[in-house]
Design a protein around this ligand. Structure first.
Ligand code: NAP
Ligand code: MG
Length: 491
């Protein structure tokens, strides 16, 4: 019996949104279906919010900002709420994981950690309260006066998330927004609108005042309306580069601050002295996490010509040995891809690879039977001009390219439109770091990759604008005010 046989989901077909501290029915009847990508079954649905619903959510957030208690609490009082939210999210870990796996096919092995990860993010930002607690006082260069530098909350934040990590990619925006004193309106992706309700439920259980956090489900048009709404002060978006560009355009015109976490095409540079056994132990997580649907993973492996065959063999064997199956099977490392559209996109890339002369050493096709399963695939003999080498596939596909010199490897790594993640594998950490420093990207791992709550994470070039995590990530939710005054006693 797998977990799937035991699950009884709390939310499947729902008709409400979370607005002004309560679950309220949508004023319309349009709905969005939620499909299980492993079975192709419609198992849930949510409202596609109306203009009236959007108005209600934005008005509630605006009231919470202008007249509510939230921005007026001290940062450490808000931090206490964040700590309570963290505990409440963790209490909901199992249900949240089951719902997430059913929405997007992420293996339960991964989603079982989603609540703990979210709680960790709330606790990390709670720990930054001290950073906001007292205003900086800075002397004028002449010494005749001083300035109080205040970090005010920026205002109502619109948080828009994609479907690949529906909890983490909301929480990494929500936690700093809340600590800063900002109310938020959350718009999850259409394929994954249900698991995030456990976070809203935790926010409610933690006693957060009405209007501070609101949830509006719906299509991209709902996201667009929220971005352009007159009461929106800041937009935080994670998703594709084309949609990010549209949002940046709208925010540019409106002079509205925006952070964008977009796509990637990151490289793992395997230096000639790399320990391939060590690399095998981290390969799936660093290059194929979440069935290849992770923005920062290094899906392009750059192997030295003299060890090319050895690298191809190791990568092929490692990928072929990892189990693909029902996301609810605790042994599954790979599930289906999340949506029918993504399945078609990934298969299109596999066809283009074949036409352009790449060689699949494992996988390479759709799996027979029900569900959006694409076989985990390794493509060898990939050259820099092939589409699979340049564009983000967002599916279980690794490409392996060949290089002759380390300079050429660095050039290859930097020669994409993106700049999000990256890896260097080497037995010599100093040599690896020297290569990492030459990579034109937001984050690089030496022999492993993981994100650190306290280190900024973000992309360069077409991978985005701004960063999340760390005090740098908190800064995106603040606006500064300098109050100039004579020093006390000399007024
Ligand atoms: P997407 O199509 O860009 O959608 C992301 C979110 O934006 C969804 O909530 C979507 O709603 C909404 N949206 C669509 N059109 C909009 C518009 N015109 N205005 C405002 N919002 C709009 O991305 P996706 O397909 O969900 O996710 C996959 C992409 O996300 C990949 O390219 C991946 O690299 C990127 N990603 C980046 C990071 C990172 O941190 N850098 C992390 C994860 C994923 P609907 O779902 O209703 O269309
Ligand atoms: Mg999309």
């Amino acid at each position: 019996m797998t977990v799937r046989d035991r699950i009884d989901l709390r939310w499947t077909h729902v008709d409400d949104l979370y607005v002004d501290g309560a679950w309220v029915p949508s004023t319309g009847s349009a709905r969005i279906d939620v499909v299980d990508p492993a079975t192709e079954e419609v198992w849930g649905s949510v409202p596609d919010a109306t203009a009236e619903d959007i108005e209600a959510a934005m008005a509630a957030a605006d009231r919470a900002f202008r007249t509510g208690p939230w921005p007026r609490l001290s940062p450490s009082e808000r931090a206490d709420y964040l700590l309570r939210i963290a505990d409440e999210v963790e209490k909901r870990a199992d249900e949240l994981a089951w719902t997430n796996s059913r929405e997007n096919g992420t293996p339960i092995l991964e989603t079982m950690g989603a609540a703990a990860n979210a709680a960790g993010i709330f606790r990390y930002f709670a720990g930054l309260a001290g950073y906001l607690e007292s205003d900086d006082v800075r002397a004028f260069p002449s010494g005749a006066a001083e300035s109080v530098v205040r970090r005010d909350p920026v205002g109502v934040c619109v948080l828009i998330a994609p479907w690949n990590f529906p909890i983490n990619l909301v929480v990494i925006k929500l936690a700093p927004a809340l600590l800063a004193g900002c109310p938020a309106v959350v718009k999850p992706a259409s394929p994954t609108p249900l698991s995030i309700r456990f976070v809203l439920d935790a926010v409610e259980a933690a006693g957060v005042p009405a209007g501070v956090v609101n949830l509006v489900t719906g299509s991209g048009a709902v996201g667009d309306a929220l971005v352009r709404h007159p009461l929106t002060a800041k937009v935080a978006f994670t998703g594709s580069t084309p949609v990010g560009r549209k949002i940046a355009g709208a925010c540019g015109e409106l002079l509205r601050p925006v952070t964008l976490e977009l796509g990637g095409k990151s490289s793992a540079i395997v230096l000639p002295d790399a320990d391939l056994e060590q690399m095998a132990s981290v390969l799936i997580r660093s290059s194929m996490r979440n069935t290849g649907q992770t923005c920062y993973i290094s899906t392009r492996i750059l192997a030295p010509a003299e060890r090319y065959d050895e690298v191809v063999e190791m990568v092929t064997d490692t990928v072929a040995a990892a189990k693909q199956g029902d996301p609810f099977d605790p042994e599954s490392v790979f599930g289906p891809v999340a949506t029918r559209a993504q399945y078609d996109t990934v298969l299109g890339y596999l066809r283009s690879a074949e036409e352009e002369g790449a060689r699949a050493t494992t996988g390479g096709r759709a799996r027979d039977g029900v569900g959006y399963f694409v076989e985990p695939t390794v493509l060898a003999d990939v050259t820099p001009d092939m589409r699979v080498s340049r564009e983000e596939i967002f599916g279980p596909v690794i490409t392996i390219l060949r290089y002759d010199t380390v300079d050429e490897a660095v050039e290859l790594a930097n020669n994409t439109e993106f700049g999000l993640g990256g890896l260097v594998f080497s037995a010599d950490q100093t040599a690896a770091q020297a290569v990492a420093e030459r990579m034109d990207t937001g984050s690089v791992g030496l022999n492993f990759f993981a994100s650190n709550h306290s280190a900024p994470f973000g992309g360069r070039h077409d991978s985005g604008l701004g960063v999340e995590y760390g005090v740098e990530g908190l800064a995106a939710y603040l606006t500064y005010k300098s109050i100039h005054r004579r020093p006390k006693g000399s007024e």
